[in-house]
Design a protein. Structure first.
Length: 185
């Protein structure tokens, strides 16, 4: 993701020796129809969306082998990494999921013996969730394979490029979260 590659890809075609991506083709088409149009935002957002779609289509092979979907693993992972019980609302916020989706997934994970519910001592409407031993063991067993799978997906980028991309995406995410948070207030 060095400056020369970014300039080459954003400015009229892929870098020498690299195939153009589908977004580059779309950008070229828009530039031919509207030559003065600034396609910079499309080049960034379009690539982020396309990468996300391709990664989702891959279906996370280690998770699939463990019988988990990505959203289920995200719930289990949130319970594991926080190290304490969470309410369904807290899990929804941790995983950027809707309350209804979390409720449905928690029911399935509970039926599989991976998550257990505990009622609140003071408020019967509140439920606390935690991993069972089987849930914790599953997360701990799958996580190294999942990280290796994700590393393989990123293997076309060297370590400094991955670091630069992670930093840029982190900056963008922080800005977007800040703007969206301000809009909600």
């Amino acid at each position: 993701m060095g400056a020369s590659r970014a300039a080459d890809e954003g400015g009229g075609g892929p870098a020498p020796g690299r195939r153009g991506d589908t977004v580059a083709a779309v950008v070229r088409q828009w530039r031919s129809v509207h030559p003065g149009l600034d396609t910079g935002p499309m080049e960034v957002i379009g690539r982020i969306n396309r990468c996300a779609a391709l990664l989702q289509q891959a279906e996370d092979a280690p998770l699939r082998r463990a019988g988990l979907s990505r959203p289920e693993f995200d719930l289990l992972g949130a319970l594991r990494r926080t190290g304490h019980e969470l309410t369904p609302g807290e899990l929804a916020r941790e995983t950027f999921s809707s309350g209804a989706a979390v409720t449905k997934r928690l029911k399935q994970l509970s039926e599989r013996g991976l998550v257990e519910r505990r009622g609140d001592d003071r408020d019967r409407r509140v439920v606390h969730l935690r991993l069972t031993d089987a849930g914790r063991d599953l997360v701990d067993a799958v996580l190294p394979s999942q990280l290796a799978y994700e590393a393989a997906a990123l293997s076309g980028l060297n370590s400094p490029e991955q670091g630069e991309l992670a930093a840029l995406l982190g900056e963008l995410l922080g800005q977007l979260e800040g703007r969206l948070g301000a809009l909600r207030s």
